[in-house]
Write a protein that binds this ligand. Structure first.
Ligand SMILES: [Zn+2]
Length: 147
């Protein structure tokens, strides 16, 4: 019974307009919430959940791992997600470049903005910043695998 009602509704004209709105943006690309492979969304989630392979995270499972950052200039800071994103010298050049590009657009992103919060990011730059901050997070993630 449910299936008959569903099929009847799906074949009606009323359903087609609604389904088109749900499935496609105006320019014909699938709506973002329907893109199953939205680029690297898992990487940002990893940082948001504090599950990135930082030394602090690794030391929780292996007591032999030193939880402090080994980089010169980091002064033995705790190697956690905040450190690798906002402070660590390993990502200093990429961070400076990201902040410079934001300054040119008239804003300065905070830690939460880099993790995906839209607060503090002007709406006209959110799309650009989403891509730029993800590129930065990718570099930070790569730096985590370098001893
Ligand atoms: Zn560091």
């Amino acid at each position: 019974m449910k299936k008959i009602a569903r099929d009847r509704w799906l074949s009606s004209d009323a359903s087609q307009a609604l389904l088109q709105t749900l499935h496609r943006m105006n320019d014909g690309t699938p709506a973002p919430h329907l893109q199953h492979d939205y680029p690297q969304s898992g990487l940002r989630t990893l940082f948001r959940m504090s599950m990135a392979p930082t030394r602090e995270q690794s030391s929780r499972f292996d007591p032999a791992v030193n939880p402090l950052c080994p980089r010169l200039g980091c002064h033995n800071a705790l190697h956690n997600v905040f450190h690798v994103i906002m402070i660590c010298h390993a990502a200093a050049a990429a961070r400076a470049e990201l902040f410079d590009q934001c300054a040119l657009r008239g804003f300065r992103p905070g830690y939460l903005a880099i993790l995906g919060s839209s607060s503090g990011v002007p709406s006209s730059h959110r799309r650009w910043f989403g891509g730029a901050s993800l590129k930065f997070l990718r570099l930070v993630y790569q730096s985590l695998n370098v001893p």
